[in-house]
Design a protein around this ligand. Sequence first.
Ligand code: NI
Length: 196
Amino acid sequence: MKQKIWMLPDKSDFLRQRTTKLKTIGSQARQLAEDFFDTWDTVAAYGIAAPQIGSSLRSFIWKGKDMEEPEVIYNPKIIRAYGELKDYDGCLSVPGVYCPTRRAEVVELTGLDAEGRPIRRKYEGFDARIIQHEVDHLDGVLFIDRIDDLSEAYTLKEGPEDEEGDVTYIQVPADEEIKAWVERFRRPLPGYALVW
Ligand code: NI
């Protein structure tokens, strides 16, 4: 069933909890996967983690750049992370504000696929960034915790239509009110992204 996206500030406590590993990939896991897929079609996102739809199970759905369809991964764990890339970050649970963050360029991930089979995969670049963002959610970490320069935060404003008639977006520096809001809810991590 389609679920609401849980957001700051109302769901702050829940979004800050650590999730629980699934013991078996059974009916509970299948129900969560169904909710993920039903919700996926209603939002524009690279990934949705379980806490964002009110579940405390260790799982997320995501879609990498070469994937035709989104996929669900259970019990994900980053076992290696290296390199560094600073790029765009944003989150459905932190609506309306974006900011670059530094994250590892490459990650190696273990977990279980939709059928419960063990996986071990390596991701690079933006795919690695999505994986890190989603795994962070499962440990109660939000992207705002990874910001090291809040002056780079921005919001998006609708710009003119492009040649195909699609709406374009313009980055507008976040105003003081938005920055104060982020500051209130963020829990800065020591160092930066590469804390595993
Ligand atoms: Ni997010």
